[in-house]
Write a protein that binds this ligand. Structure first.
Ligand SMILES: *Cc1c(COP(=O)(O)O)cnc(C)c1O
Length: 404
């Protein structure tokens, strides 16, 4: 994605022509970036060839998951809906792991029927439930136990998951208890220890700390784990020139860890696979200058992209057609929704904009469309995947009639 003759271009397609053809807002993804991200991810850890399970909650578009499947990835799902989607996308059940603190009877039952690789349990009650359902089906079910390693991922508090005050996983003491419970059960086979300490983690040190804790716990648990599932969470840079996650150092730490543990590593990356592949193309409806503030009112809103309203996330915002005229004013970029948190970013010295001009909001491939809603009875945006000069509609714009 770059400017070609002052036109924001995704591979070989101008954002402006997409807006003309499909109206706005548009979620637009680059296939090349997807491919590069997956290949780079695999390359970073190639010495121990991990199973890479894409965390579907980052982007649950079935057609996109189909493309991801073609690179050999599996999936990490957190609901029966996501599980159905990845099966529909053709992902091999033997490459699917199921995470989440509140899996219902129906969800566990469905997952067992589909013979997925692992159900990663997050509490004693859940293991008892899995055990019961497995017994009633006369099956032996492979499970993991998610450990809460009590490590600070040094990320936004809203997306931190590995501290003792978080609802995820079980503490050390419970972990040992559950290993014993599982080993006694005839219907569950404990194969995996899983951890996931948070999201948008830029510093590799929390991972190193987590590995040390996991190492100690495995030694003490005295159980052979087929798999160690290290979760996802590797961060991406949302700003130009911001710090990047150090894959080399993480790889070195895992290799060191594996000297004492002959287990297969599983990863569950979401953001690092799809975060930077997408932009949201939007049009300026009105420009409004109040006494205290100036607003660019866009046709995209928090229902399309919730990260700014939900976590205070900031996404780089760019004009679709570059000019040299810079505005002296400060503008707040907002959506039309009746909430004061419906704002994307405040920018000084942005290029001068007029009504009907187009902008792009960058790095929205992860937790963009998947977090979108129909709030204010707004239909969901169209999703397009660009491959060279090919334009593939991977999900149609929702029709108002479907909504009403
Ligand atoms: C959200 C989540 C992931 C993916 O996190 P990213 O930061 O997008 O890589 C992986 N595993 C679990 C259990 C999750 O909840």
């Amino acid at each position: 994605m770059k400017y070609i003759n002052k036109n924001f271009t995704i591979e070989k397609v101008k954002a402006q022509s997409l807006a003309k053809q499909f109206r706005t807002p548009i979620y637009c993804y680059s296939y090349k970036r997807l491919k590069d991200n997956i290949n780079n991810f695999k390359k970073s850890f190639k010495s121990f060839s991990p199973l890479v399970c894409f965390a579907v909650k980052a982007n649950a578009n079935v057609n996109l998951i189909k493309e991801i499947r073609k690179f050999g990835l599996g999936a990490d799902v957190v609901s029966i809906g996501e599980l159905m989607k990845v099966l529909k996308a053709g992902i091999n059940p033997k490459k699917i792991v199921f995470s989440g603190v509140g899996k219902t009877f129906d969800e566990i039952s469905f997952a067992i029927n589909k013979k997925i690789l692992l159900i990663n349990a997050e509490s004693k009650s859940e293991i008892i439930q899995i055990d019961k359902i497995a017994k009633s089906k006369k099956r032996i079910v492979n499970i993991g136990i998610r450990l809460n390693p009590n490590t600070d991922a040094k990320t936004l508090s809203q997306i931190s998951t590995g501290k003792k005050e978080n609802k995820f996983g079980v503490d050390k003491k419970t972990f040992f208890e559950l290993v014993k419970y599982s080993n006694k059960s005839k219907n569950i086979r404990l194969q995996c220890l899983s951890v996931h300490i948070g999201s948008q983690i830029i510093n590799h040190l929390p991972y190193e700390k987590m590995l040390k804790i996991v190492d100690k716990i495995i030694m003490k648990a005295n159980h052979k784990f087929e798999f160690i599932d290290l979760g996802g969470g590797m961060g991406i840079s949302y700003k130009n020139n911001s710090k990047k996650f150090n894959y080399k150092k993480y790889n070195i730490a895992i290799k060191k860890f594996l000297i004492n543990h002959k287990s297969k590593i599983i990863f569950e990356p979401g953001r690092s696979i799809v975060g930077n592949i997408g932009v949201l193309i939007s049009k300026v409806i009105y420009i409004k200058e109040n006494q205290k503030k100036n607003f660019i009112i866009l046709d995209a809103a928090m229902n399309d992209l919730m990260r700014p309203a939900l976590y205070g996330a900031k996404h780089q915002t760019l004009p679709v057609l570059k000019t040299t005229q810079i505005s002296k004013k400060t503008y707040e970029f907002v959506g039309p929704i009746c909430e004061s948190t419906d704002k994307f970013i405040t920018l000084k010295k942005f290029q001068k904009l007029k009504e009907n001009d187009l902008i792009v909001i960058c790095d929205v491939g992860a937790y963009g469309m998947s977090l979108s809603s129909n709030y204010n009875a707004r239909p969901k945006a169209i999703e397009i995947l660009i491959n060279g000069s090919n334009i593939n509609i991977i999900k149609k714009r929702q029709k108002l009639t479907d909504l009403i």
